[in-house]
Design a protein around this ligand. Structure first.
Ligand SMILES: *[C@@H]1O[C@H](CO)[C@@H](O)[C@H](O)[C@H]1NC(C)=O
Ligand SMILES: *[C@@H]1O[C@H](CO)[C@@H](O)[C@H](O)[C@H]1NC(C)=O
Ligand SMILES: *[C@@H]1O[C@H](CO)[C@@H](O)[C@H](O)[C@H]1NC(C)=O
Ligand SMILES: *[C@@H]1O[C@H](CO)[C@@H](O)[C@H](O)[C@H]1NC(C)=O
Ligand SMILES: *[C@@H]1O[C@H](CO)[C@@H](O)[C@H](O)[C@H]1NC(C)=O
Ligand SMILES: *[C@@H]1O[C@H](CO)[C@@H](O)[C@H](O)[C@H]1NC(C)=O
Length: 559
């Protein structure tokens, strides 16, 4: 009886129906199939074609970002970046011929042409890709995703098409979260700096950061400077809240603080001020005062929105010189979708090559994931993404104004399971791992890209949200502060006729540590685990440390 049964099983598992390159995925157990997707409903799919020379892009990025290189600061033009990432003409032809055979018309969805976009009904997508698009429910969040467990690309097209999104990738869109947790009675208006220092232990306002990190109080002046702040999830900041924030905490500034709002993917451009966007804008305009600031409000809170924002920016002739993002994903969402993670990471490499410094928050659950909200059943630490991409700067959090800062215990940090360690950090990370010994052995990946790169104060930020002062904690707070530091340094560089700083990790890891405050006390917790202890030098709780503006200024003006 056993033999025929075995034979029958073998027959059904033969790949009879499959032609071409098949991609299959087994999603995490929290995704439950509900029912087949409605055949007539429309799917928007992005087809990602292989870049002509991605290694060339990475080499060019390091060449213009390494202070020892003769090409330091000679950032690439739009056309030079596009030449690296554009698909080969053969690929464009193979993919468009295939679509044309199916009467499908694609639109170019990225400046370099490496992404094409199609809108087709589910029934057609099922035929085209030998797929079975299904509604899946994420039991953790209640959200539903239309995905398929397998897609198949014909042999003649497969070498010309990296992947199609969203098909087999189970990446949950960002979840609404509000970093503000407590309404506060505003502390008495500060009249002198001395008084300011006294309140910083309880309520952090821009003057606390100015004093502690030696930021300049005079507004920036270079007119060709710029900083961008991304917003997702219908987050928005208002001029009203910003004006009152300035009246209270930047009484020294006489001009009206301003920012622009640009909508991407139909993001909101007005409305009642919300927590994250208000925090990000107030501590960008409040620290990088005088630097032209734009809030990029992105309507899509999934992976697509992150890519669409970068494509929007790459299409501009003049990019923001700094981009700050206080949102992110669990890196584990990208298991099985590593090629999609690479697309993100290469998008940030393109921004860096063009001279934009890209900052991401490292996460607020210590060694364990983003937005951790359920009983901890993890057997390993959970890094966050995009922080684990090596081509951007990840920012952790510290606390304490009376004496040296200590780790804010929620500060995200750790080691990637997808991206290997870049050369620029290999020495300091090896040193840390040697000193760490067997602590946390087996809980993290010793070969991965380590994060965060740097850190700054992240506790008790006073923020004005819809007419009320709140206190906010998080790497959401430290990230716009670091981004603003670099915007101020760019101001000095631009005024001295020098190039903006662009991708700063090679500089920070080679020469920057001496210009930072090393944080050596505390550890990041999470998941009932102790996390990583801060130590002398780099550590996966606070990176290389927090900014000392005077020293950083001397460093970057000397380059
Ligand atoms: C397609 O997926 C549904 C679940 O949504 C499943 O019931 C059905 O058997 C699948 N069809 C095929 C042909 O695999
Ligand atoms: C990240 O993973 C944790 C643990 O599984 C989960 O609680 C949290 O909701 C996830 N966060 C996001 C943004 O998906
Ligand atoms: C982190 O620090 C806060 C404030 O000091 C404390 O209440 C909390 O218990 C700490 N969390 C962990 C996991 O140690
Ligand atoms: C560890 O990280 C490397 C990248 O550095 C990756 O290739 C490998 O798969 C990871 N190992 C595990 C067990 O996740
Ligand atoms: C904003 O503030 C106004 C005035 O206090 C209040 O009526 C409104 O409910 C608030 N909106 C939100 C979304 O909190
Ligand atoms: C570490 O910081 C704590 C405050 O969080 C302080 O009480 C302690 O003395 C510090 N330890 C050292 C060695 O500086």
């Amino acid at each position: 009886m056993i033999v025929p049964l075995f034979l029958a099983l073998s027959i059904v598992t033969l790949p009879l129906a499959v032609h071409g390159r098949q991609t299959t995925v087994i999603p995490k157990s929290n995704f439950i199939p509900l029912h087949p997707a409605v055949p007539s409903s429309s799917l928007q799919l992005t087809l990602v074609l292989p870049p002509t020379n991605i290694d060339g892009l990475h080499a060019a990025l390091y060449d213009v970002s390494d202070p020892k290189s003769p090409n330091y600061g000679k950032h690439l033009s739009k056309a030079e970046v596009e030449a690296f990432v554009a698909p080969k003409p053969d690929s464009v032809k193979a993919v468009t011929d295939w679509l044309t055979q199916h009467n499908i018309h694609a639109q170019v969805a990225s400046p370099s042409g490496d992404m094409l976009r199609i809108n087709i009904p589910v029934s057609e997508a099922n035929d085209l890709l030998e797929a079975n698009f299904t509604e899946f429910k994420d039991q953790n969040t209640g959200l539903t995703l239309t995905r398929t467990l397998s897609v198949s690309i014909p042999d003649e097209v497969a070498p010309h098409l990296q992947y199609i999104y969203p098909t087999t990738q189970f990446i949950v869109p960002l979840k609404p979260h509000n970093p503000a947790f407590e309404v506060v009675t505003p502390p008495p208006k500060m009249k002198t700096k001395r008084q300011g220092v006294d309140i910083c232990a309880i309520d952090v306002v821009p003057q606390c950061l100015e004093d502690y990190y030696h930021f300049p109080s005079a507004p920036a002046t270079a007119t060709d400077n710029s900083i961008g702040v991304s917003a997702y999830l219908n987050e928005i900041a208002t001029e009203d809240d910003l004006d009152i924030f300035f009246l209270a905490w930047r009484p020294d500034v006489t001009t009206t603080p301003e920012f622009n709002v640009v909508s991407v993917d139909g993001g909101v451009t007005s409305g009642v001020g919300t927590g994250e966007a208000s925090l990000d804008i107030q501590y960008t305009v409040g620290v990088a005062t005088g630097v032209p600031t734009t809030l990029y409000s992105v309507g899509d809170a999934g992976g697509q929105g992150f890519i669409d924002l970068v494509n929007f920016l790459l299409g501009l002739d003049e990019l923001p010189l700094v981009l700050s993002t206080s949102y992110g994903f669990n890196e584990s969402d990208f298991f099985g979708a590593e090629d999609f993670a690479n697309t993100f990471c290469n998008a940030y490499a393109q921004l860096g090559a063009r001279g934009t410094s890209v900052f991401f928050c490292s996460g607020d659950n210590g060694v364990y994931s983003f937005s951790f909200d359920s009983a901890c059943d993890a057997t390993t630490f959970g890094p966050t993404f995009p922080s684990t991409c090596p081509f951007l700067t990840s920012v952790g959090a510290t606390t304490g104004f009376n004496g040296p800062e200590v780790v804010a215990n929620f500060s995200g940090g750790g080691f990637s399971n997808i991206f290997s360690r870049p050369d620029y950090q290999s020495t300091v990370v090896s040193g840390y791992l040697d000193a760490l010994g067997s602590t946390n052995a087996g809980l993290f990946n010793r070969t991965g890209r380590a994060f965060p790169d740097v850190s700054a104060q992240g506790v008790n930020y006073v923020t004005r949200i819809n007419g009320t002062f709140w206190l906010s904690d998080g790497t959401s707070a430290s990230t716009p502060v670091w981004a603003s530091v670099v915007a101020l340094l760019n101001d000095a560089r631009l005024n001295a006729g020098k190039a903006p700083l662009g991708f700063i990790n090679p500089l920070l890891y080679s020469q920057g540590a001496a210009a930072l405050n090393d944080v050596t006390n505390g550890s990041n917790a999470g998941c009932g685990k102790q996390g990583f202890p801060a130590m002398e030098g780099w550590d996966p709780a606070t990176g290389l440390g927090s900014p000392d503006y005077d020293k950083l200024l001397a460093l970057v003006i000397g380059l």
